[in-house]
Write a protein that binds this ligand. Structure first.
Ligand SMILES: [Zn+2]
Ligand SMILES: [Zn+2]
Length: 343
């Protein structure tokens, strides 16, 4: 099935093209069709076809008399169909960028590993290197034929010869591409949110030709879960235990915010759980979305083992309340009047 189109048609070169032209054409097309770079489901098949065409054209130049398949040019090859004028831009590249909540909240600078794929220099993207001596083809075990659903066909790896003077490229493990470790320092603005995108112009894939502009790098933000803070839209939520007497008496309270602390006012009230809401202290707004609120759920906590000093204060407090019962707890005063003095 790799032999149904003439190799020079697949590569889009003249039938008598020289080795340099063949290699150049292959390299250009391999950049476009390598399955690591091209999400098209047909990319892998076409890449294999390119590689077979490259091998066969170079092979026949070395005086090899390998058999070519029947010429069949009815099916126009994608490379011929895609002859383009001008210089097409490189592809955009999508990557995920995981941020801690603190990093997203305040903005940060991040070292981002670039996963960009480049064609292997050693084998020029073919995934194979030439050996001085031929050896038995690993794919067809020397038979020159492989079994497919459609019956026996010529082995694409050795072009049906059964032996091959090629081996997988040691520098890219026969893949034809490499992912060199490169880091990019990225400035992340404050308030980036999960699933939002940070676009870095010109940091995507290289164009096929040196004249074409590279594509963009598009970083999709992911927020790692936080042990204290949760998000509700752009509102920042947290739960905070509070001394119950602070909730009764009111006062200042220090609360954590991503990357620091904030002092807030607690109004005097009952000591039941309640929510404090600080407008504008949540996630910074971006575009049409307004800045969120900081919402603090307060949970009253009483002393578990009050010491003698605290017990003395409790007793004093109790006596004081009892003394002033008509104004401080009128409900209790009414109950006591009804049920203690009348009976
Ligand atoms: Zn290689
Ligand atoms: Zn073979």
């Amino acid at each position: 099935m790799l032999n149904d189109v003439e190799p020079h048609v697949v590569l889009g070169v003249a039938v008598d093209a020289d080795a340099t032209t063949i290699k150049k054409a292959f390299r250009r097309l391999a950049m476009r069709w390598h399955p690591d770079r091209n999400p098209d489901p047909a990319a892998l098949e076409h890449f294999k076809r390119l590689r077979a065409a490259h091998d066969r054209m170079l092979g026949s130049q070395d005086g090899d008399d390998s058999e070519n398949g029947e010429p069949d040019t009815q099916e126009e090859s994608p490379s011929a169909a895609r002859a383009e004028s001008g210089f097409p831009r490189g592809a955009d590249r999508w990557q995920e960028l995981e941020l801690s909540l603190e990093e997203a909240f305040s903005g940060c600078e991040k070292q981002v590993p670039l996963e960009s794929v480049v064609i292997c220099d050693t084998c020029e993207g073919s995934g194979r290197i030439q050996l001085a001596h031929g050896r038995l083809c690993q794919c067809c075990h020397g038979t020159g034929r492989i079994r497919t659903k459609g019956g026996l066909v010529a082995c694409g790896d050795c072009g049906g010869r059964g032996y091959s003077n090629q081996a997988p490229c040691p520098d890219c493990d026969g893949v034809g591409t490499r992912r060199p470790a490169r880091m990019l320092l990225v400035k992340v603005p404050a308030g980036m949110f999960a699933d939002e995108e940070l676009r870095l112009e010109g940091k995507g894939e290289q164009a096929d030709s040196t004249e074409g502009r590279p594509g963009d790098l598009r970083l999709r933000i992911r927020l790692s879960p936080h042990p204290l803070f949760r998000l509700d839209g752009r509102d920042l939520l947290l739960e905070r235990p509070v001394n119950a007497f602070r909730m009764l008496a009111g006062g200042r309270l220090v609360v954590p915010v991503p990357g620091g602390t904030l002092e807030v006012d607690v109004e005097a009230g009952t000591c039941e759980s309640r929510e404090l809401r600080i407008e504008g202290a949540g996630f910074r707004g971006r575009g049409a979305r307004p800045t969120g609120a900081l919402r603090i759920k307060l949970h009253p906590v009483f002393p578990e083992a009050p010491g003698p000093k605290l017990m003395a204060l409790y007793r004093k407090l109790d006596a004081e309340i009892q003394h002033d019962i008509d104004t401080s707890v009128p409900q209790l005063a009414e109950w006591e009047r009804t049920w203690l003095s009348a009976l």
